[in-house]
Write a protein that binds this ligand. Structure first.
Ligand code: ZN
Ligand code: ZN
Length: 258
């Protein structure tokens, strides 16, 4: 399985997954044009992508999905609950929509997607793991809080992409108004570096995780080096020796082969 994050953060999220020539995008929060540009510069062919899975209807996850879907005539895959509740403008004129029931797995040829609901404040938000039957990766961003369900899914993953959104003191000293700071810190917002460190430590101690990518790192309320340092230090304090890298807004991360 090949995983490559093309963008991660509040200005747009796109993740590319490929298994035996079958590929899908998870979210398409950049413009379709920019998504195509990044795919091509990563050596991927947008024409070969077979679907776009949408985690939630915040624009940093759905912005380019409509145009990308229409351009390549591929389905947008989302839950019935999200589809029913969201602003229809995001999917206007798309006739290729594939709905699933929340709680059910989605078999896509060589891949199995396992979405599950989280508390983040969109119409409905899911996080998910994806597996080829041998290896499993999980995308745990736009979380809000680490529920029992989140922990259970994380234990199945060999690779985790986890949100380290903000540093608490940078957030409180930063440019955001108080109401927005409170939303970010709440159960319907995003995980801090410290919350991410606790989540990853617990998962590493009882799971099978071998590789960690930090994602959805805020450009206003965090720094890539600070997120990396905080989480690496926390893991080291628990004698956990697992590589950690950060995905960026500008160019995501390098291809990971699982
Ligand atoms: Zn987001
Ligand atoms: Zn969101």
């Amino acid at each position: 399985m090949i995983i490559q994050i093309l963008a991660s953060g509040s200005k747009g999220n796109v993740t590319y997954i490929e298994e035996q020539g079958y590929s899908v995008l998870v979210d398409c929060g950049l413009s379709a044009r920019e998504t195509v540009r990044r795919l091509r510069s990563a050596g991927k062919e947008p024409e070969k992508i077979r679907g776009i899975f949408i985690t939630h209807d915040h624009q940093d996850h759905i912005r380019g999905a409509r145009v990308f879907s229409k351009s390549f005539n591929i389905p947008v895959i989302l839950s019935e609950e999200l589809y029913t509740g969201m602003d229809p403008k995001w999917l206007r004129d798309i006739n290729n929509i594939q709905l699933y029931k929340t709680g059910s797995d989605i078999p896509l040829e060589t891949l199995l997607l396992r979405p599950f609901p989280v508390s983040h404040d969109a119409t409905q938000t899911v996080n998910l793991t994806f597996t080829n039957g041998k290896k499993t990766a999980g995308l745990f961003t736009d979380l809000g809080t680490v529920s029992v369900l989140v922990k259970t899914h994380a234990l199945t993953a060999d690779l985790i992409i986890a949100e380290a959104n903000h540093d608490i003191s940078m957030l409180s000293r930063g440019p955001y108004p108080l109401w927005l700071q409170q939303r970010i810190r709440s159960k319907i917002g995003h995980l801090s570096n410290k919350q991410c460190a606790d989540f990853l430590t617990e998962t590493c101690l009882s799971g099978k995780i071998q590789n960690i990518v930090l994602g959805h790192i805020s450009e206003e309320n965090n720094r890539y080096d600070l997120a990396l340092q905080t989480i690496r230090q926390h893991l080291q304090n628990h004698n956990i020796d697992i590589p950690v890298q950060a995905a960026t807004q500008f160019d995501g991360c390098k291809e990971i082969i699982l």
